[in-house]
Ligand binder design. Structure first.
Ligand SMILES: Nc1ncnc2c1ncn2[C@@H]1O[C@H](COP(=O)(O)OP(=O)(O)OP(=O)(O)O)[C@@H](O)[C@H]1O
Length: 975
């Protein structure tokens, strides 16, 4: 509380801090703008009044500016000059000088213009003022860890026990509310808050979201927040890093002190040399002082060596510690946190930022500190030599150093902004390298180039500002000190004329100021590097400050009993707080049992696997193993119970044996080989020259996808998991490898609890239970036969996929004539024509990322998907593409290629390796001559085109409706 009540004002003279409770009742909404008339009808002013008004003027201007800002933030019309509440509030504040006019202004705006209940002002009044003033001074940042606990925050603020950080947090929350829900959402929230409801209810009434969802959404919105930390926190942090190395720190300190002492003594000795030696021509004094000067010089040179030795050791050691801590932090981040950091940022943090900070700790900071000591020492000597000159020196220097400080603050900001842009470009380049084949096939080089140009421009602007402000800070320092030097030398010369100071003192001052100027120049040269390091440190600190948030279980429950039962009870989950990705899922099963998770793309199947393996925790509801909530199970035990095999087959760049053994580090060689046998990869390994010691190359690139997947399966089997989680385990492989590995998976999962996410339903008849998901809900469950009898979503999916089979060990595709007839394009074709079409269908196996139809072109073929998934997108005017739908097995696309001169309305690209049946326009023409130029045929063409157009329009409309309705639906679901 002390912090808020007594802390410095955020905007000079406008004290925002004393707002824990409104100290006088908010004005009645009916009494609007009582002082406006006063302002308008002001009588002619006396001189005193005019003077007073002049004194108040800057304050009035600041208040008017604050009002403008508040109105813009709150969506209110901007007040006319001298017509707003600021004038009235200023009038009031003259009558109540103890009151803070800024606080009063926000209070009146919220209550009178937005009808906010007065009792919500302790929360949002403070929050809005904090937000408005933080916009000006950039002090609004909070870390993700500080978001949340709205109930506690509200309680502390309304009882007056809030801290300074609470004030910053409520400012950040107000900003989030305004940016996400607008002024209306904020007011709805404040009304619910004022009615004294529990916080969860307040959140639901204010935003339609539960407290947990809203807090999560707030946290997610903070992911890109820029911390605003300056030089002092950086120095404090640096000192903390150096603390373990006492010997080197002490050597460094002694070296700096010796240098400083020499800098202090040298002018005194110079003074003595001139006044007591050279002027009276005393040889003994001259020799003695020369001996001091030379001796001092030698000692200082040795001290310089000690400094160099210390900093060269200290910097790398300290930064090595930081590197290790940062890596540990990375390992301790939950999936949720990890998704908040861009991989480019993390890479550039290790490659760039740590190096920049190290460089600053070795060079810039010791240099600046030792030179600062020199300057302080010089000032002390200045006082000893002549106090009058010293006062003049200190005053001039204080004035002179004010300007560089201002520029320095801007330079630190610019440096941080540059670091952020650097991280973005690294990410962009990484993405470009990864997606280069896609960029080529989609002919996106031009578009990508223009995106890169934009980024280059932003980087140019950011680096221009960074360098310019960094250099200006140095230049302003040198300039300011040189000007001060000139002033002081001039003053000394004038005082020596009147005999007030001696010639020796003036000479000593000249030496002193030269030393001072040299030190200042040195600092100026080192400042840009230090400023750059502050920007880098903020990013490192941002990661280091992030709490370790891997979901942790309680250590006491080891779940020793064999697994007998798995249950999801009313589980809801959201990745971002924006919408629910799983909605109230309840699913129970005895173990062991084989469960297939199916449903359209994005329906939440993988999320089930993510929650079961505790990559994330459910927001509400519980997941039980043998009636024990998985959050209560010891993490190590939980992980040993399960193994996940998904489509990612990236291996570590190490031997095959290592890549299998990481499944269970203590496994013996025999166990590793047994796992490889079970995964049916042992025989292959024995054909390699180095057998199990063969290095698999970066990411495993020396092996085929199927071989990599078998190694991943062997790794999973080494754990002998009771629960096997398969998430599209074979979809990234080619069809032959898939067919072979599916057999292996079928065998190894026979006696285990199995959850298998799959798009291909042909494995479902063998499963004990099939769970069908749609839009995050479990919409159907039962055996394959039960679900077919239901004639629901599953039956429709089955029908779409049935009669299309991958045959001949993954080398061929079979499709029936009946299946072809279900395609609207062929609906009117007779049996014979269909048979001929079937014989003309070509089987194509294509890799993921292949573009098969390009929006706006007429090239290509008609495709039916037999395996894999294809994404259909449209290009938006801003150059980004919008995913229309993900087409799966049984779907077809490219109908427009069969028509004459009608361009594809979307771009279709394979998401996974696919097996497709395709037909060209020429082939189709041989069966049914669609291109014949008879009126009848062109009418048919037109009819087909119109049907397809309608389908596309309907899809667009449906998609837009779905997106718009999503929030609404989620709100209802939560309520
Ligand atoms: N890390 C994430 N952050 C934000 N949203 C996510 C994340 N992962 C998945 N989602 C979203 O959650 C929803 C469910 O995703 P999920 O991966 O569970 O679906 P799925 O049914 O497995 O889809 P697919 O078959 O395409 O793999 C989707 O809308 C998806 O966009």
């Amino acid at each position: 509380m002390a912090g808020i009540f007594s802390g410095p004002a955020t905007v000079p003279t406008l004290r925002a801090s004393c707002w824990m409770r409104p100290r006088f009742p908010a004005p009645s909404p009916t009494k609007r703008f009582p002082c406006m008339l006063n302002v308008k009808a002001a009588p002619p002013q006396s001189r005193l009044q005019a003077t007073l008004q002049g004194w108040f003027r800057p304050r009035a201007r600041r208040l008017e500016q604050l009002e403008q800002k508040l109105c813009a933030m709150l969506g209110l019309p901007a007040p006319q000059r001298d017509q707003g509440l600021a004038a009235a509030v200023l009038g009031e504040s003259r009558r109540h000088p103890a009151e803070d006019p800024a606080r009063r202004l926000v209070e009146r705006l919220l209550v009178e213009r937005l009808d906010m209940p007065a009792s919500a002002l302790s929360f949002f009044g403070l929050g809005i003022l904090r937000h408005a003033t933080a916009l000006a001074d950039g002090s609004s940042s909070i870390s993700v860890a500080e978001a949340g606990d709205l109930a506690g925050l509200h309680k502390r603020l309304s009882t007056g026990s809030g801290t300074e950080r609470d004030a910053v947090r409520v400012g950040a929350f107000s900003r989030f509310m305004l940016e996400t829900y607008g002024p209306k959402g904020l007011i709805d929230f404040s009304r619910a808050l004022a009615s004294g409801l529990p916080m969860d209810e307040v959140c639901r009434q204010g935003t339609g979201k539960s407290q947990a969802m809203l807090e999560l959404q707030w946290e997610e919105s903070l992911a890109d927040e820029q911390p605003a930390k300056g030089a002092w926190p950086f120095l404090r942090w640096t000192a903390q890093q150096l603390r373990p190395y006492r010997f080197f720190c002490t050597t460094l300190a002694i070296g700096v002190l010796i240098q400083t002492a020499y800098a202090m003594l040298m002018p005194i000795w110079l003074n003595e040399l001139f006044d007591d030696g050279i002027t009276p021509q005393r040889a003994d004094v001259i020799w003695r002082t020369l001996a001091y000067l030379i001796g001092g010089f030698l000692v200082t040179a040795s001290a310089g060596l000690a400094i160099d030795f210390s900093v060269s050791t200290l910097g790398p050691r300290a930064l090595n510690d930081v590197r290790q801590r940062t890596f540990d932090k990375l390992l301790g981040l939950s999936s949720r946190s990890l998704s908040r950091f861009k991989s480019g940022d993390i890479v550039s943090l290790f490659t760039n930022d740590i190096f920049i900070v190290e460089n600053a700790i070795v060079r810039a900071i010791p240099g600046i500190i030792s030179k600062a000591f020199l300057m302080i020492g010089s000032l002390i000597t200045a006082v000893l030599l002549d106090w009058r000159m010293a006062i003049a020196t200190i005053t001039l220097l204080a004035i002179a150093l004010w300007a560089p400080k201002l520029v320095g603050r801007l330079a630190i900001k610019a440096s941080y902004a540059r670091k952020v842009e650097d991280g973005k470009v690294v990410g962009f380049i990484k993405e470009t390298v990864q997606l280069l084949p896609v960029i080529r096939t989609l002919n996106l080089a031009h578009h990508r180039r223009s995106q890169f140009d934009d980024r280059s421009k932003t980087i140019y602007d950011a680096s221009y500002r960074q360098y310019l402000l960094g250099e200006l800070t140095g230049r302003a320092t040198v300039f300011a000190i040189s000007a001060a030097q000139l002033g002081i030398i001039g003053l000394g010369a004038i005082l020596s004329l009147s005999g007030t100071v001696s010639g020796g003192v003036v000479v000593a001052y000249i030496g002193l100021l030269l030393a001072f100027g040299g030190a200042a120049g040195g600092i100026a040269a080192l400042l840009p590097a230090a400023i750059q390091a502050i920007g880098s440190w903020q990013r490192i600190d941002g990661l280091l400050d992030h709490p370790d948030d891997l979901p942790e279980g309680s250590a006491d429950n080891k779940l020793d009993q064999p697994l007998s039962h798995v249950a999801f009870r009313n589980v809801s989950f959201s990745y971002t707080g924006d919408r629910l990705n799983l909605k109230d899922v309840t699913l129970e099963s005895p173990a062991p049992r084989r469960i297939a998770l199916v449903g359209p793309s994005g329906s939440g199947k993988s999320t089930i696997i993510n929650l079961l393996s505790r990559n994330y925790d459910a927001m509400s509801g519980s997941i039980l193993l043998n009636d024990t909530d998985i959050r209560q199970v010891d993490n190590e035990r939980l992980r040993s119970l399960m193994a996940v095999v998904n489509q990612d087959t990236t291996l570590f760049e190490a031997s095959i044996a290592y890549n299998i053994r990481i499944g269970r580090m203590e496994a013996t060689e025999a166990e590793v080989q047994q796992a490889a046998r079970s995964a049916e990869i042992h025989d292959f390994i024995t054909t390699l020259p180095h057998r199990y010691d063969t290095n698999v190359g970066e990411g495993g690139k020396l092996l085929s996808g199927g071989q990599r997947q078998r190694i991943v399966i062997a790794r999973a089997l080494l754990r002998n998991p009771q629960i096997l989680l398969l998430d599209e385990a074979t979809s990234a492989l080619d069809a032959e490898a898939e067919a072979a590995i599916n057999e292996t998976l079928g065998r190894i999962s026979a006696d285990r609890m199995l959850f298998s996410v799959t798009h291909r339903l042909n494995s479902c008849p063998d499963m004990d239970m099939v769970c069908v998901f749609q839009d995050g809900r479990l919409v159907e469950s039962g055996t394959h036969e039960e679900l077919l009898a239901n004639r629901g979503l599953y039956a429709g999916m089955w029908e779409k996929q049935s009669d299309i089979a991958i045959v001949n060990a993954g080398r061929d595709v079979g499709i029936t004539v009946d299946r072809l007839r279900k395609i609207p394009l062929f609906a009117t074709a007779d049996e014979q024509e269909l048979e001929r079409i079937r014989s003309m269908l070509r089987v194509e196996e294509v890799e993921s990322g292949t573009v098969l139809a390009i929006e706006g072109t007429t090239e290509g073929r008609f495709y039916i998907i037999a395996r894999g998934a294809v994404e259909s997108t449209v290009l938006l005017p801003d150059g980004n593409s919008l995913t229309m739908e993900v087409l799966e097995v049984g779907d077809f696309f490219g109908e427009f290629a069969l028509l004459d001169g009608i361009p594809h309305p979307t771009t279709c690209r394979t998401r996974l390796p696919c097996m497709l049946l395709s037909l060209s326009r020429q082939d189709l023409a041989r069966v049914a001559d669609l291109t014949r130029s008879s009126d009848e045929q062109s009418e048919l063409e037109k009819a087909i085109a119109a049907t397809l157009d309608r389908r596309l329009d309907a899809k667009l409309e449906e998609m837009l409706k779905r997106r718009l309705g999503e929030r609404q639906a989620d709100s209802e679901a939560i309520a």
